[in-house]
Design a protein around this ligand. Structure first.
Ligand code: NAD
Length: 347
């Protein structure tokens, strides 16, 4: 049976990248029935909102979406569609793997990190006010419930994916109550995985230094929202930058797969942008749906095309456009197609 998936093309480079990704996923051996719905700048005039109700309904119904980046106006204008989607759908876990790939010009060759970022609270709760005219206050919310939930997600991910260690990242030496509660929650959850997954913690500033000095020592990191945002970009930088950084937002009711990068408006419609991050987000989606063999096959094909180097986009030093890059990945998948496809293990 085909998997019905909501496809949100998005703004800027989003439509060409989602099209490239759809072609690759359709060649992966898994059957998809794509329900394409538009969100973002283009629908503002028609619906008066960048996130019409029928888009949310589609994701809720299908419980799974592949999404291109959506432009957020700076300062005024509408609220971020990306943040709204995460909040409305309760997508509490942001998963961002960062893995070295041969053929990319990076400082390290052996990075294999998974960043698990809490997606719903911390300073992103958006509770801010002025204190008089010349001071502003932002309130940082950390709860035991959300902290234990994200820690459990990180440990379950480690167990399911053969990972050996979870590192909790915090600043509990200074924010003894809020970050202290996050760390205490991680320790509580870690006890349930004793003997199966190793646990340690790091103060966030030290963590950043360690990651640029010896990233190979780390495995799965679990962080509150703000540190997670910053450290996941740092991790993306270690393995080749935004063009190759996939992501997933996962909750109990739905999951939305999207790249870390934005809509890069200056490259829109030029068939120039790198589709790797969205295609690798698609591989995360395959795993989530219970197709680890097909996910691995897509990842291997991406890695092979990048290592070979002649069909990659400008940012990776290659001469190809978005669709040619995707075509090379599909050819690679076809060449491998003698290997029998595994069937779904969970979906
Ligand atoms: P951006 O990620 O869109 O682009 C920054 C630069 O990175 C680009 O100019 C380009 O040089 C490079 N780049 C990004 N993706 C690339 C790709 N796939 N291939 C090749 N090069 C790539 O960041 P920005 O300019 O800060 O944001 C642009 C818009 O995107 C903003 O409106 C922002 O709010 C939005 N945004 C959306 C999301 C999302 O939808 N989840 C995430 C981040 C930013």
């Amino acid at each position: 049976m085909a998997h019905r998936v909501t496809l949100i093309p998005g703004d800027g480079i989003g439509p060409e990248l989602t099209e490239a990704t759809r072609r690759v996923l359709d060649a992966s051996g898994v059957d998809f029935d794509w329900e394409v719905v538009e969100a973002g700048e283009a629908v503002m005039a028609e619906y008066g909102t960048p996130l019409p109700e029928h888009v949310l309904e589609s994701v809720k119904r299908n419980r799974i979406a592949l999404k291109g980046p959506i432009t957020t106006p700076v300062g005024g204008g509408f609220r971020s569609v990306n943040v709204t989607l995460r909040q409305v759908l309760g997508l509490y876990a942001n998963l961002r793997p960062a893995r070295s790939m041969p053929g990319l010009d990076t400082r390290y060759q052996d990075v294999d990190l998974v960043i698990v970022r809490e997606n719903t609270e911390d300073l992103y709760a958006g509770i801010e006010h002025m204190v008089g005219r010349d001071a502003a206050e932002s309130i940082k919310i950390i709860t035991r419930e959300a902290s234990e939930r994200i820690a459990r997600f990180a440990f379950d991910y480690a167990v399911a994916n053969g990972r050996h260690k979870v590192t909790a990242v915090h600043k509990a030496n200074i924010m003894k109550l809020s970050d202290g509660l996050f760390l205490e929650s991680c320790r509580t959850v870690a006890a349930d995985y004793d003997g199966r997954v190793e646990f340690e913690d790091r103060i966030v500033d030290n963590m950043c230094m360690q990651l640029v000095q010896k990233p190979e020592l780390y495995d799965v990191l679990v962080l509150p929202n703000l540190y997670g945002d910053i450290v996941s970009d740092l991790a993306a930088g270690l393995v080749g930058g935004l063009g190759v950084a996939p992501g997933a937002n996962i909750g109990t009711e739905a999951a939305v797969f999207e790249p870390v990068h934005g809509s890069a408006p200056k490259y829109a419609g030029l068939d120039k942008a790198n589709p790797t991050a969205l295609i690798l987000s698609g591989a995360l989606m395959l795993r989530h749906l219970g197709y680890p063999v097909e996910a691995e096959r897509v990842e291997r094909a991406v890695r092979a095309v990048i290592a070979e180097g002649s069909a990659t986009t400008y940012d990776l030093g290659g001469p190809a456009g978005t669709s040619e890059f995707a075509g090379a990945i599909i050819s690679r998948l076809a060449a491998e197609s003698q290997i029998p496809a595994a069937s779904s293990t969970s979906a």
